[in-house]
Design a protein around this ligand. Structure first.
Ligand code: 8IG
Length: 272
């Protein structure tokens, strides 16, 4: 059995093999990672064929944050070109948990090794762009990484020009033309930013701030997957309103918008 830290790709292959055993599906086609508060959006996909704790697969850590489930579901969805197998992760591992980068990207690597050609990454974020409102979903058009951490090592010079697939973004905007697009800026956390840091993020071209998604997008894309990122603005970033930030407010805003997100995902997913 490959060690997650010594041989992360081998570890993902092991997890994919166990996934195939547990679901009886030799491959999956699309993966979805559900961020904070997005859990009930997954319910709009219908009844999963399988559901189990992520820790049933090798290499997955037990979750540490309230509302970050650590559950894996497999769905059979009806698409225009037949039935597709969708793999859904409820909850993810974050860099701020302090376990290093490998557990953060193990889920998406497992998904790609299980056959997923498309990975949908959802998250909750702070709105930096002054036009954004709490509860608004934003399609991620690009990102800026401010963590100094990459999931890749060695001479892995991956092109990130079209990291957040233009093709898929156009499909999503066709389904909901009211959706905005924005640049997601990744910070390690777990502290939220200072108002000065948010001013800096806005100055360098950021629209959203958050603590996830970027390493997963890079790791999945490096293995050949196409990426869609959708961010739900659950609070105004520090200094935008003068209000303080709290985790409960974030979870509540996520829950409130889950219905709209669920509809969007169930409409778009089968087409991917
Ligand atoms: I939800 O304001 C959520 N996640 N870094 N800043 C950062 N991450 C976040 C925020 C925020 N809101």
């Amino acid at each position: 059995m490959s060690d997650l830290y010594q041989d992360p790709i081998g570890a993902a292959e092991n997890a994919a093999k166990k996934l195939a055993e547990l679901t009886g599906k030799s491959s999956h086609h699309v993966a979805l990672v559900m961020g904070s508060g997005w859990g009930s959006a997954a319910d709009a996909l219908g009844t999963p064929t399988h559901e189990f704790p992520a820790t049933d697969l090798p290499g997955f850590l037990a979750p540490t944050v309230a509302g970050h489930g650590g559950v894996i579901r497999s769905y059979d969805l009806q698409g225009p070109n037949g039935r597709i197998h969708a793999l859904v992760f409820l909850g993810r591992t974050h860099l701020y948990e302090g376990k290093g980068i490998e557990p953060v990207v193990h889920g998406v690597r497992t998904a790609v090794k299980a056959g997923c050609k498309v990975v949908v990454l959802t998250n909750a974020s702070g709105g930096v762009n002054l036009e954004y409102r709490v509860g608004q979903p934003v399609i991620i058009s690009d990102h800026i990484s401010l963590t100094g951490v990459s999931p890749l090592t060695g001479a892995t010079f991956v092109d990130l020009t079209d990291l957040y697939s233009k093709r898929i973004r156009e499909l999503v905007k066709k389904a909901d033309p009211s959706l905005a697009e924005g640049v997601y800026v990744h910070l390690r956390g777990p502290a939220y930013e200072t108002p000065a840091e948010i001013h800096y993020v806005r100055t360098i071209g950021g629209d959203l701030v958050g603590m996830s998604t970027v390493p997963e997008a890079i790791a999945a894309h490096a293995l050949g997957a196409e990426i869609l990122g959708i961010s739900l603005v659950t609070n105004a970033a520090a200094g935008v309103t003068g209000e303080k930030l709290n985790h409960e407010e974030v979870m509540a805003a996520g829950k409130a918008a889950a219905g709209r997100m669920g509809e969007l995902l169930s409409q778009v997913l089968p087409q991917l």
